[in-house]
Design a protein around this ligand. Sequence first.
Ligand SMILES: NC(=O)c1ccc[n+]([C@@H]2O[C@H](COP(=O)([O-])OP(=O)(O)OC[C@H]3O[C@@H](n4cnc5c(N)ncnc54)[C@H](O)[C@@H]3O)[C@@H](O)[C@H]2O)c1
Length: 335
Amino acid sequence: MKTMNNKLPNLNGQKILITGGLGFIGSNLAHKCLELGAKVTIYDCLDTHSGGNLYNIHDIQDSVELVYYNILNFEQLSQHIINKDIIFNCAASTSHPFSMREPWIDLDVNSRGVINILEAIRRFNRDVKFVQLGTSSQLGKLQYQPADEKHPEFPADIYSANKSVSEKYVLIYANAYKIRATVIRLSNVFGPRASIHSSEFTFNNYFIGLALQGKDITVFGKGKQKRNAIYVDDAIAAIILASQTNKINGETFFAVGDKHYTIAEIAKKTVQYIGSGKVRFVRWPKGRKLIDVGDAVISNQKIKEVLDWAPRHDLKNGLIKTKAYYRNCLKKYLR
Ligand SMILES: NC(=O)c1ccc[n+]([C@@H]2O[C@H](COP(=O)([O-])OP(=O)(O)OC[C@H]3O[C@@H](n4cnc5c(N)ncnc54)[C@H](O)[C@@H]3O)[C@@H](O)[C@H]2O)c1
């Protein structure tokens, strides 16, 4: 019987590169890796179409190496890959609607950028452990639920399609070149340091931003689609655990929460635990319904069994902790 204790390792002295380390997940990862004793390099170009925010590392900026470059710059990227023990790729163009408006940018960052990292690893640092982040939206409209890692992928937007393709690149490099690489797929991660100002990014973080400002939350249609939601610390624990073992090289895992909620429930709980506004239901805007995938119920059984991991926060505890984080710094996240 597994203990599911999420016991994080001591990373003492390990040299870690976090591409996209100014973003939501990358910056939370940087905080945790420092706490565990690692030497952290953040590589991020503060892309204006993504959720990066310099404030995310204001309290650790003297403890990390910060490199302002684009992952599309292969020469620069390679120099920072050469001497690392672990690479976490959190750099991505992360907006689904933006990917539909500017598919070439999404293609560059989310596909070519990943090839750049893999090629730099293949040429200059075959021993490094690499963790790539994928997304549950790679699956598109689900054919069976709960979906698991064997579910086929029919992405409904360009971002999800490029995340799907780049995941395949990672698995190809792991198999063909024995690169020590694993993919962790996430879904609706929420919590501190997220991009809460814009509906372009994860819907639940946007709801949190509205609630923190005391504004009403708008839900398209009836909001009956079921979604997973995972507190960021739980996602970070899964990502770090994935970096510590070779038995999962060339594999993909869903690191998602135990419970699923309808979008309307997420909106209502967000108001209940964070804000003072109301939940309003409105008609779908043109174009948005076409890329909505409906219910998305996903299983986390595989990662629980293989990595001794389990989510530790439910929606309520996660929202309460999130509110506490933004209490003194909300303005830094409203742009
Ligand atoms: N947040 C979620 O709910 C969620 C869900 C599923 C998957 N993911 C995946 O997790 C990863 C991190 O997502 P996030 O929510 O932290 O996103 P984010 O938008 O907050 O951060 C992305 C970071 O990447 C940087 N970046 C973008 N293009 C770059 C480039 N060309 N070169 C260097 N840096 C670049 C941005 O400046 C930003 O700091 C992504 O791969 C995303 O697909 C996130």
